[in-house]
Design a protein around this ligand. Structure first.
Ligand code: MRU
Length: 366
């Protein structure tokens, strides 16, 4: 994607290999700044404090975190420590564990002397694979967009609702749910995006709106509670969201509030699609509501709001009464029965065990 017209990814390695670079997503859209990651602790901090976020980018950053750890000490003990530290950063996105398992598979059999180069290579491959996966998801979902546009009689605009940020900032490039939006816009489809603000951290209002604006995609930010009303009035042609962990039976964990949008979509006959890269499938789980760990974060993310004052200064203000506790659940689970279809890099399938196995037959019997 492009920032101020310049192509870039959300994570990169400096040309001399001195550091990995990321965008500080906590400062967007008010300031575009980048941060250098040079140690395991810096990479872990970037994930924990959400300088980087989004399931695929969390995985990619963790992969580079292993590389950074190996630069300091490539022993077996250091590898295990790095994997443990990074696994503990955020609980819900399974891409983190997928990427760390990949790194362990690539590095553990090697002598310490070969690990730094191998870690850099495998982390780079994970990033390239993510870009290819997202591009493929975009192409498959584009066909669903085109079908919706035909169904509408090719009149007006194609209204798409999305929640949180599943764009290129959440991945290495393209995004998952936003990939077809970019492709549709570039292909001349008159796509318009309803952007859920996505309280409490406002990933929609802050990140999705910024991304879409950079690409020139028409969009409107709405409060989290508006989607149901718009659906009742025929103002949403389809919903598409990302996911942090999807079970083998098609239950989908995503940013808190996704479940309520899926309920409203079901009640109003609006298709509800989930863009699902295969590293986000947790083949070990069946029942998402009971089995997927849901992150709970600091209550201050709810009680305090950060924004730009009219003077230009960035400030954080408290909006709840002093003394009122706040519970900050970061994700919820949408049961498979509410999902119209999953869009993976291998194609579109029903949100069910059989649907996923039809696209990933190598998982049968495992
Ligand atoms: O808490 P975040 O910002 O990491 O949550 C991100 C999401 O919920 C995204 O929708 C999800 O990771 C899919 S990103 C392609």
């Amino acid at each position: 994607m492009k920032v101020h017209g310049k192509p870039m990814r959300s994570i990169w390695v400096e040309p001399d290999g001195a550091a990995a670079g990321v965008i500080d997503q906590t400062r967007l859209p008010h300031a575009f700044t980048t941060v250098r990651l040079t140690t395991l602790d810096e990479a872990a901090h970037a994930i924990r404090s959400m300088l980087v976020r989004g399931a695929p980018l969390i995985g990619a950053t963790a992969a580079y975190g292993v590389w950074l750890a190996m630069r300091a000490d490539a022993s077996d003990g250091a590898l295990e420590k790095a994997l443990t530290v990074l696994r503990g950063t955020r609980p819900t996105a399974v891409n983190l564990h997928w990427a760390l398992d990949e790194m362990r598979r690539a590095l553990a059999p090697l002598p310490a002397s070969g690990r730094v180069a191998a870690a850099l290579r495998r982390a780079g491959e994970i990033c390239d694979e993510d870009v290819a996966i997202n591009r493929a998801i975009g192409e498959h979902a584009l066909k669903l967009f085109e079908a919706a546009w035909e169904k509408k009689g090719r009149k007006g605009r194609l209204n798409v609702l999305t929640h949180c940020n599943a764009g290129w900032l959440a991945t290495v490039d393209w995004g998952t749910a936003l990939a077809p939006i970019y492709l549709a816009h570039d292909a001349g489809l008159p796509v318009h995006v309803w952007v859920d603000e996505t309280r409490p951290r406002n990933q929609g209002a802050v990140l999705t709106a910024w991304e879409l604006g950079q690409h020139g995609v028409p969009h409107t930010v709405i409060a989290d509670n508006v989607g149901g009303h718009l659906m009742q009035h025929g103002e949403v042609d389809l919903c598409i969201v990302g996911t942090d962990r999807t079970t083998a039976h098609g239950d989908v964990a995503n940013k808190i509030g996704t479940y309520l949008k899926a309920l409203a979509a079901k009640d109003n006959g609006v298709p509800f699609y989930v863009a699902l890269p295969s590293p986000t499938i947790d083949w070990t789980l069946k029942d998402g509501v009971r089995e997927i760990p849901i992150e709970q974060r600091e209550g201050t993310e709810l009680s305090d709001v950060t924004g730009r004052l009219r003077s230009g200064e960035i400030a954080t203000v408290r909006i709840t009464p002093d003394g009122s506790p706040a519970a900050n659940y970061a994700f919820d689970v949408t049961p498979a029965r509410l999902v119209t279809a999953l869009v993976t890099e291998r194609g579109v399938c029903p949100a069910s065990e059989e649907g996923l196995l039809s696209l990933f037959p190598e998982r049968r019997g495992k």
